[in-house]
Write a protein that binds this ligand. Structure first.
Ligand code: ATR
Length: 276
């Protein structure tokens, strides 16, 4: 009998997770299948009970369930607790354990472009769940400072507390202030949805004042090159899109469930082909 894996989200119609996980199962000769389950918020509790009842081995969790799912699990890993969100569930003989591979997946993709993160001055645009995952993964890397800018500055305040536990200097800035001081950052990361298809002309940040050695990064992968990244490339900055993060978080979930390493390069090629 095939082992079943899945994604809990709403909507899930455009998810590329089934494509890359099923291909990895076939490549590794595993008798397994991955399904995207469209679960409305009212039925999330039943869906999680279904993981136990049906013996589903592992799940990914995506928008809008990453926070709400936590209360239905038996155990939450330390990193996922710090982040306050879960994107991976492992069914350990009926005991459901929550993990978060988003931030680690992102940082692994950043390290491919910028192998040394220690002493880097990092600007994060946005203060939602995605930002929290990335900040948590970055804080263990010895970065010099963390600056957060968010449309609603109030929502950025909890990041100060998070960073203090790692002794990392953290500053909150308005967008205007961060834009005027842009040359003081070595890495700029957009974690908001501004610029995502279909609003591809929008940019969350002006790069007018950036330094010549900066890395500009966007978690968005549709479009592959956002308006922010296009602007950065034209100014000679190194750029990083969200494809690597998407692939790495999937690969890390796969490893957590199966103990096997999928071919990340093959996953990436499948995603790029799908995105056209
Ligand atoms: P995610 O899990 O993807 O981070 P989220 O927790 O809903 O999603 O956070 C979305 C982030 O994008 C927030 O920082 C949000 O800013 P607010 O806190 O002010 O809501 C930001 N965001 C979304 N749409 C935006 C827009 N049009 N302009 C600026 N920021 C936006």
């Amino acid at each position: 009998m095939k082992s079943i894996f899945g994604l809990l989200g709403h909507p899930v119609g455009h998810s590329m997770s089934p494509l890359i996980h099923n291909d990895a199962f076939i490549s590794l000769g595993m008798e397994a299948e991955y399904h995207a389950f469209d679960v409305t918020p009212e039925l999330l509790k039943e869906a999680v009970a279904g993981i136990r009842a049906l013996g589903i081995i592992g799940c990914n969790v995506t928008v809008p369930h990453k926070v709400a799912v936590m209360k239905y699990l038996d155990e939450i890993d330390e990193q996922a607790q710090l982040i306050g969100a879960v994107n991976t569930i492992v069914n350990d003989n009926g005991r459901l354990i929550g993990y978060n591979t988003d931030g680690k997946g992102y940082v692994e993709s950043l390290l491919e472009l910028e192998p040394v993160l220690s002493e880097k001055r990092v600007l994060i645009i946005g203060a939602g769940g995605a930002a929290r995952g990335i900040v948590t993964a970055l804080l263990g890397r010895g970065i010099a400072s963390l600056t957060i800018t968010n449309r609603t500055i109030e929502k950025a305040k909890p990041f100060k507390k998070l960073a203090e536990t790692f002794d990392t200097r953290t500053v909150l800035m308005t967008r205007e202030e961060a834009e005027s001081k842009a040359k003081e950052f070595d890495v700029i990361i957009n974690t908001t949805s501004v610029g995502m298809s279909p609003h591809i002309e929008q940019s969350p940040f002006s790069l007018e004042n950036i330094s010549d050695h900066v890395v500009v990064s966007d978690l968005i992968y549709n479009p592959i090159e956002t308006a922010l990244l296009k602007d950065a490339r034209k100014r000679g900055a190194k750029t990083l899109n969200g494809v690597g993060m998407f692939v790495n978080q999937a690969a890390l979930s796969f490893e957590q469930w199966t103990g096997q390493k999928p071919n990340r390069e093959k996953m990436k090629q499948l995603v790029l082909k799908q995105l056209g």
